[in-house]
Design a protein around this ligand. Structure first.
Ligand code: AMP
Ligand code: DBH
Length: 544
């Protein structure tokens, strides 16, 4: 097993410790401390479950002992693939307590992605809930465990089928000792990159760096013990997990409320019932909520802050959100690799509507450079590079990708094109790479193209983003076939390959040949141009 590491050069680490950014506290210890400070405060609400801090702490402890009693060994990796349930929070803290490392998958992921993460992480266990939104996650467990014998354990919340029930684990470890403390410079968890080149890469985050990003987010966003944070996006995503998210709400001594689904039908009644004060959304969802709020009979007056991030929020959309939801808008431009930018609570409207915020930490180093790496003047678009106390220095076990993604002096190349204003705020202009951002869900074209090319009747395929008024971008597959296919056949093929639904091309265009660049590479640029010429203006675009 290749050890998970995340290391900063010694001089940087020393500086981050001296400045008090890294405090040597683990995430498991943080929860224990909060539970000691306010055991009877309400910590987590999800479905029928209502846990105080003492309840959550005890539940995490039971699960930690159960995981170890089942034969898992500290340091091993566990894929966590659960919907927004209270038990998700307990599982995550249970793993921290046991010294096991959660790898955060999203509910939309299917067997192809889970197989890839499990192999890359050399995972030993897989935690799922039986069903969610009509899909049976035990089918993924079947196929992935068959392909990967090293994935020895599957734990299921709900009906376990032939696997082990999470509920059983709870009583199993009585008397099993927990490992002493663990070091805060160890890797605490693994987030997944959006996949700018091919498959997602693993992002190991340490206790020290992740907890600093949470603490600084709490500070910048002004969270206190009265905060009631509603989780509407998938809980495992870096945004609702840490910016300030679930961990921030718990750090502040507040309450985390989990909504099973991001739909306003489910979330708006929860806001009323639990008096939620804060929620994080991606832009397309924020627009759906804004419309629903105009018609709802639910009282949303408790809502103070609506965070929007994950993809570019256009000015027009930004204008609608605050008034419609009766809350303050906060733009959040972040990445699972680290750097998070926020607009601040007191910022003027011009900044909140027109920028994606500024770095949250005084120790975030930001460079905006041209194609050859020379810094550009403020106001000029360029590539965003960053380095700091919570931005990773390397992906796990990806020597080649690491050479591309990091500069020699340790700056992460975000792949984003931004302009920096003289006041330090950033405006995102787009992406330098080919990743398609479908309403916050990132699609790496080459991954899906490979699956298309695996179809016996498909000769070649290229996927590019096309502007979409609602999602920001959708995907269009250009396909060269050997025999006649229908668009529906191509989409169905992608589904049968076990890929997440959002990766199924929204449109399919059949071509006799793909356009090529001067050296014979397929020209995505030409295809984008062709799309732009054939599409109506983005505002009216209605392709499905
Ligand atoms: P991920 O790799 O999935 O962590 O996604 C991070 C990427 O999402 C960033 O590098 C940006 O491209 C994009 N992103 C996140 N927040 C915003 C935002 N507020 N505006 C524009 N793009 C964003
Ligand atoms: O898109 C993201 O990855 C993201 C957006 C907002 C993120 O990781 C974050 C905040 O922490």
């Amino acid at each position: 097993m290749i050890p998970l590491r995340q290391e900063w050069p010694a001089a940087f680490a020393a500086r981050y410790r001296e400045a008090g950014y890294w405090r040597g506290e683990t995430l498991g210890a943080m929860l224990a401390r909060k539970a000691a400070e306010g055991p009877d405060r309400l910590a987590v609400v999800g479905g029928e479950t209502r846990w105080t801090y003492a309840d959550l702490d005890a539940e995490a402890d039971r699960l930690a002992r159960g995981f170890l009693a089942s034969g898992l060994v500290p340091g091993e990796r566990v894929i966590v693939h659960m919907p927004n349930l209270a038990s998700f929070v307990a599982v995550v803290f249970g793993l921290f307590r046991a010294g096991l490392v959660p790898v955060f998958a999203l509910p939309a992921h299917r067997s192809a992605e889970i197989g890839h993460f499990a192999a890359k992480a050399e995972a030993s266990a897989y935690v799922i809930a039986d069903r969610h939104e009509g899909f049976d996650y035990r089918t993924i467990a079947e196929s992935v465990t068959a392909a990967l014998p090293s994935l020895r354990r599957v734990f299921v919340e709900g009906e376990p089928g032939r696997f082990a029930a999470l509920a059983e684990l709870r009583g199993k470890g009585d008397g099993t000792p927990l490992p002493a403390g663990g070091s805060a410079s160890d890797v605490a968890l693994v987030q997944l990159s959006g996949g700018s080149t091919g498959f997602s890469k693993l992002i190991p985050r340490t206790h020290d760096d992740y907890l600093y990003s949470v603490r600084q987010s709490v500070e910048v966003c002004g969270l206190g013990p009265d905060c009631v944070y509603l989780v509407a996006l998938p809980a495992a995503h870096n945004f609702p997990m840490s910016s300030p998210g679930i961990l921030g709400a718990l750090y502040a001594g507040g309450t985390v409320v989990l909504s099973r689904s991001p739909s306003p039908d489910e979330a708006l009644p929860l806001i009323e019932r639990e008096r939620a004060t804060m929620v994080a959304l991606v832009p397309p969802l924020a627009l759906v909520w804004a419309e629903a709020a105009a018609r709802t009979r639910h009282d949303l007056s408790s809502l103070r802050t609506v965070q929007v991030g994950g993809a570019k929020l256009t000015m027009e959309a930004a204008r609608r959100i605050g008034p419609a939801l009766g809350a303050r808008l906060q733009q959040v431009f972040g990445m699972a690799e680290g750097l998070v930018n926020y607009t601040r609570p007191g910022d003027p409207e011009e900044i909140v509507l027109g920028t994606q915020g500024r770095p949250m930490s005084p120790a975030d180093e930001v460079l905006v450079v041209d194609d050859i790496g020379v810094p550009v003047a403020d106001g000029t678009p360029g590539h965003l590079l960053t380095r700091g106390p919570y931005t990773i220095r390397a992906y796990h076990n990806e020597p080649e990708a690491n050479r591309r993604a990091f500069t020699e002096d340790g700056f992460y190349r975000t792949g984003d094109i931004v302009t920096r204003r003289p006041d330090g705020y950033l405006v995102v202009a787009g992406r330098a790479t080919d990743v398609i951002n479908r309403g916050g869900e990132k699609i790496a074209p080459d991954e899906v193209e490979d699956h298309l090319r695996a179809h016996p009747a498909i000769h070649d395929a290229v996927i590019v983003g096309m502007p979409d008024a609602y999602l920001g971008e959708k995907s269009c597959a250009f396909v060269v076939t050997r025999e006649t296919l229908r668009a529906a056949d191509v989409k169905a093929w992608v589904r049968t390959r076990g890929l997440a639904g959002y990766k199924v091309p929204d449109s399919v265009v059949f071509l006799a040949a793909l356009p090529a660049t001067a050296v014979g590479k397929t020209s995505r640029r030409e295809l984008r141009k062709a799309l732009a010429a054939s599409l109506p203006a983005p505002a009216q675009s209605e392709r499905a």
